[in-house]
Design a protein around this ligand. Structure first.
Ligand code: ZN
Length: 315
């Protein structure tokens, strides 16, 4: 179905787990929906610059996926971008309008993580957010909530199997982009090992990279520093795929940059989706949750609040 290849073995499961899964699928009269999903976010990774590096052979792991344009707007900023991608809801419901105008109303059950845990409780679900400010989970002094405040409370109380937010890093201990990336890489390795130690079959693993957005603001989109960071991200994508062998991989950027060399993204909806599943081009950020639910065969059209988008899965 839809180009999804079932893996016969994830590498870390015993023979009996495989036999049990085959028997379960056989008893159900059909192969079940995919059970292993890797979702990756590259913050602010511009489509045009990504395609340029792919043509130069610099992003071998991303190049194994099919990359299609996605509209990363109307507000081309991190807070509303990720709120839309991970909930499938608009700012009228999430309360996350721009990077400055926000007071998050996002409930854990509205996020793709809460949906997967509700529909498939046996799934190992972990999430990593790596931008302290714009993918944060703090309660601000003025009482406003950053986007993932309620998600964090629930996740840390055992709602998720793994949850890390870079807002945990003390603000007076400001890290460089390289140091932040190293912390995120440590958490990726930790969660991969954690999942493998559980000997569970199903997983939904999410990693948000703050890169290359911060480097774009500092040195310019497409600069030498930006390109080096993209290559480092691609190596992490390769690591995750080699270790996890996910049936479904979905990589997205939440917005682009104004133009090659730009240090801002005021009007830059030049984002993309990349997947091993065939997807329609020119979707929106709020189509990601319906698409993932369609892949997982979950009844997203019945969800409340109603999802804004549509599935991009090609028949
Ligand atoms: Zn930015």
């Amino acid at each position: 179905m839809n180009g999804i290849q079932k893996k016969s073995c994830a590498g870390n499961h015993g023979f009996f787990a495989i036999v049990a899964a085959v028997l379960l699928a056989w008893c159900a009269g059909a192969w079940a929906a995919p059970e292993t999903v890797l979702l990756v976010s590259y913050d602010g990774m511009d489509l045009t610059l990504t395609q340029r590096l792919m043509r130069a052979g610099k992003l071998p792991h991303l190049s194994e996926l099919k990359v299609v344009p996605m509209f990363g707007g109307p507000v081309t900023a991190t807070k509303p971008g990720h709120a839309e991608v991970l909930t499938g809801l608009g700012y009228n419901i999430t309360g996350v309008r721009t990077n400055k105008d926000f007071d998050s109303k996002i409930q854990p059950g509205w996020t793709i993580f809460g949906i997967v845990k509700r529909e498939r409780p046996e799934t190992f679900v972990s999430a990593i957010f790596s931008k302290p400010q714009h993918t944060g989970d703090d309660l601000l002094k003025d009482g406003r909530r950053e986007p993932w405040y309620d998600l964090a409370v629930w996740a840390k109380a055992g709602g998720l199997d793994g949850y890390f937010n870079a807002s945990e890093i003390p603000r007076n201990h400001s890290l460089t982009t390289d140091e932040t990336m190293a912390v995120v890489e440590q958490h990726i390795a930790k969660y991969v090992a954690w999942y493998q130690s559980t000997h569970r079959w199903q997983y939904f693993i999410y990693v948000h990279f703050a890169a290359p957005d911060r480097t774009g603001h500092q040195y310019g989109a497409g600069s030498a520093q930006w390109n080096a960071e993209m290559i480092r991200l691609d190596a992490q994508l390769g690591y995750l795929r080699d270790r996890l062998h996910p049936e479904v991989v979905l990589v997205y950027s939440d917005h682009g940059f104004d133009a090659p060399g730009a240090r801002i993204h005021a009007h830059a909806p030049n984002a993309f989706l990349a997947s091993n599943v065939a997807l329609q081009p020119h979707g929106n950020r709020w189509d990601v949750v319906p698409t993932l639910c369609e892949v997982l065969e979950l009844p997203w059209k019945t969800y409340q609040p109603l999802l804004l988008g549509r599935s991009l899965l090609l028949p």
